[in-house]
Design a binder for this molecule. Sequence first.
Ligand code: GDP
Ligand code: ZN
Length: 321
Amino acid sequence: VAASQANFKRVIIRPERSRSDGRDSKVGVELLCVVRDVLKKIKRRVLVGDKVVVGSIDLVDRRGVIENVFQRSSEILDPPVANVDHLLVLFSMEQPTIEPFMLTRFLVEAESTGIPLTLALNKTELVDEETLMSWKNRLRSWGYEPLFCSVETKDGVDSLAFYLRDQTTVIVGPSGVGKSSLINVLRSNHRSFDAPEGDNWFDPISGSNWFEDQRVGEVSTRSGRGKHTTRHVSLLPISGGGFLADTPGFNQPNLLKVTKHSLARAFPEIRKMLKDREPEKCSFNNCLHIGEPGCIVKGDWERYPYYIQLLDEIKIREEFQ
Ligand code: GDP
Ligand code: ZN
């Protein structure tokens, strides 16, 4: 399901994986589908990103009926997308500069989804090589291998696109770092590289092109209190066979899914320390690694104070829940 608008879902159907290279074919046909009543009755929501069974296919009018929804491998809420298999955490070198605690919050929120993440830093043309190298080393010590890019000069954008191939990706990060700009260049890349396939994306129902018609789905229902604020999201096909959400994800990480016991797993530094000491373990099963007797996690790493700070924040929240 690539987009959802009112009672319709836009579903892309593709031929089975070709046997020669094992990759999804880039050629697809888009159908405008309704959801079968029985699914609505059992309150089975159909999300953007869902893999679905479509019946009653009419290839002439490009219509179909969603009969069933496959089990999801993941589900994120902001924006609502199913089967996301990659989060791209985007920050910028300047305007705004990297604020380490804020970056940590984003990384922790992303890690807590269990979805693989890539960290990328934009606006590299605004700083010198030395600054880039020092951030690269610093982030490596946190356990991340950052990618660098500049949407402005297009430096590094191709290799970033390479990391997104064959996956459904949501970009997350604070405002101003260039998320929308990046989504726009990746989208225009697709349009220019895959122009011959453009026909497949022409929607005979609205008479418009898929790519030029992203706004169609934004139905503003007026309630007594004003405009409906549900975040609209659709998936853009990108070159290489993957999809990119057109709406950036959580830009205010609230860490509501993180518990005081799951927090440690969101820090690669702690994961590594525990792994390096295997089969040794902390004495307490539920060790929070804050100086308990028999704890094998040391506190001599850069982000340890952030770990403590987030732990305190989560403890307070849990107490008041
Ligand atoms: P978002 O809030 O993360 O979606 O950020 P935007 O995509 O709206 O970008 C914020 C500002 O940064 C805009 O003025 C962009 O033109 C600018 N911007 C985006 N990428 C770059 C870049 O690589 N270099 C520079 N100098 N500016 C950029
Ligand atoms: Zn411990």
